[in-house]
Write a protein that binds this ligand. Structure first.
Ligand code: UGA
Length: 479
């Protein structure tokens, strides 16, 4: 291949498929690499962690993601997908280099930590042996890609045409495989005619399915990603603030959300009120956007996001207060069963998990907390080794003075409520995700603490009918 640098020169008539490297093999990179192999490309995944590379090479995904192990094993076996720690080798063998490394929140700041992205782009640019396109998929603050584009042209070896484009990722954990194979849009930022053609070849399968392609400049591509997450976060905090109003007025927020969702301009998704959002993306992305907006002087965007974050964090506090009040003012030495540790169902990810945050806060107040999660027990144990863990829902409910449902796993929603009630000392339950069929659980003997409006309504009903029925239902304050 000496002397041949362009894709067409190296691959002949243009019918050949570009070879792909994927730098960073976490949630995003591992899924992207396996999906690219499924789309028919030769893919090399690169990671600095030899243990991760060894696991992936053996067909083992070091986290829970439905459908991903099967896809990985299929393509490791077919030889289309392999993993290495040798970035220079992977770069030399590939034409399109996807950057999928993490951009965590910096310690002590809301800003994103860009060290991993900077290093990955720099190393690929230096290692190029022929023309190539470096494609950023990581979530970065607006302005980063333009800076990296300048870096790439400085560092790429002379005579090699190196480009940088931005192609943000919108996959959801728990649905990562489907989201990657069938994305709802493909955003190509800052691509030249040549790199756009190459990327259209890479995404030929979803494009043929009708997935829209949005071609734009680098800052727009960077902002599409963080604005999407900011909008989703805003939608959740909106319904959570309306839910506070519902509690005070005696309205049902779930029915209200259904009614809102029938309006196609609004839509029903991301209107589930409850404990709020967590995970490795929404919280850090809105904070990084807030930070960047302040830097750029976009103060109204920054203050909107600040409010969204505050409403969201307030939800965790509210559940803690509800638990304290339901137990008569103190949780000290009271047994609390916590159902759920993952930040949402169908994942074992506990990064910034509202469920674990609440469990840990109650533990700190002296409660004997027993946590159960269908998939996130190991990740939760690693993060909060001092909490107690049960092996089943029954373990969590056994002897409990109060049960909290903090992640809406199907296992909890479909549980035998009457059987579970038989294990609890007191059948008090707080549904932190509004996911249970309340009437069914009540008829199985569970007691949901009441909001002040509901208590008022009951008292009026009692006074009105002159009954003296004793109701042993604790009242809780709305936030
Ligand atoms: C999110 C975005 O949805 C993806 O599009 C994006 O690609 C990804 O971040 C990312 O930036 O990588 P993810 O973090 O997997 O995906 O989780 P979501 O499904 O968005 O849920 C986030 C949180 O919101 C969860 O804690 C969930 O319980 C909560 N949520 C969601 C609600 O509280 N209410 C809802 O109605 C929906």
């Amino acid at each position: 291949m000496a002397g041949l640098t362009s894709f067409d020169e190296r691959h002949g008539d243009g019918a050949a498929r570009p070879a792909i490297s994927v730098i960073g093999t976490g949630y995003l990179g591992a899924t992207h690499a396996a999906a690219m192999a499924e789309m028919g490309f030769d893919v090399i995944g690169v990671d600095v962690d030899p243990a991760k590379v060894a696991a992936l090479s053996a067909g083992i995904i070091p986290f829970f993601e439905p459908g991903l192990p099967e896809l990985l094993q299929k393509h490791v076996a077919s030889g289309r997908l392999r993993f290495t720690t040798d970035l220079a080798e992977a770069t030399a063998l590939s034409d399109v280099h996807f950057i999928c490394v993490g951009t965590p929140q910096q310690r002590g700041s809301n800003a994103a930590d860009l060290r991993f992205v900077d290093t990955a782009v720099e190393q690929v640019a230096r290692a190029l042996t022929h023309d190539g396109v470096i494609v950023g998929k990581s979530t970065v603050p607006v302005g980063t890609a333009a800076r990296l584009q300048r870096l790439v042209s400085l560092l790429a070896p002379a005579g090699i045409d190196a480009e940088l484009a931005w192609n943000p990722e919108f996959l959801r954990e728990g649905k990562a495989v489907g989201d990657t194979l069938h994305p709802d849009r493909i955003v190509l930022g800052g691509a030249s005619e040549r790199s756009e053609a190459l990327l259209r070849m890479v995404y030929a399968a979803p494009i043929a399915e009708g997935t829209p392609v949005v071609v734009c400049d680098l800052p727009t591509a960077e902002l599409v990603k963080v604005s999407a997450n900011a909008f989703l976060a805003t939608k959740i905090s909106f319904i959570n603030s309306i839910s506070e109003l519902c509690d005070l007025a005696g309205a049902d927020v779930s029915v209200l959300a259904d009614a809102l969702g029938h309006d196609v301009r609004i839509g029903r998704q991301f209107l589930n009120a409850g404990l709020g959002f967590g995970g490795g993306c929404l919280p850090k992305d809105i904070r990084a956007l807030m930070f960047r907006a302040t830097e750029l002087g976009a103060h109204s965007a920054a203050s909107l996001l600040q409010q969204v974050d505050e409403i969201n964090m307030g939800r965790r506090q509210r559940i803690i207060e509800q638990a304290v009040e339901a137990l008569g003012g103190s949780v000290l030495n009271r047994r609390i069963g916590v159902l759920g540790a993952a930040f949402k169902p169908n994942t074992d990810d506990v990064r910034d998990s509202p469920a674990l945050n609440v469990a840990a806060a109650l533990h700190l107040r002296g409660a004997q907390v027993v946590v159960y999660d269908p998939e996130a027990m190991d990740t939760a144990r690693r993060l909060f080794p001092t909490l107690s863990y049960g092996e089943s829902m029954t373990d969590a409910a056994r002897g409990a003075d109060l049960v909290l449902v903090l992640t809406e796993w199907t296992e909890f929603i479909e549980a035998d409520a009457a059987e579970l009630a038989s294990f609890a000392t007191s059948t008090l339950i707080i549904d932190g995700r509004n996911c249970l069929d309340r009437a069914a659980w009540e008829s199985a003997g569970w007691i949901f603490p009441q909001t002040p409006a509901a208590v008022d309504a009951q008292q009026q009903e009692i006074v009105g009918s002159r009954t003296t029925r004793a109701r042993n239902i604790p009242a809780i304050a709305a936030s």
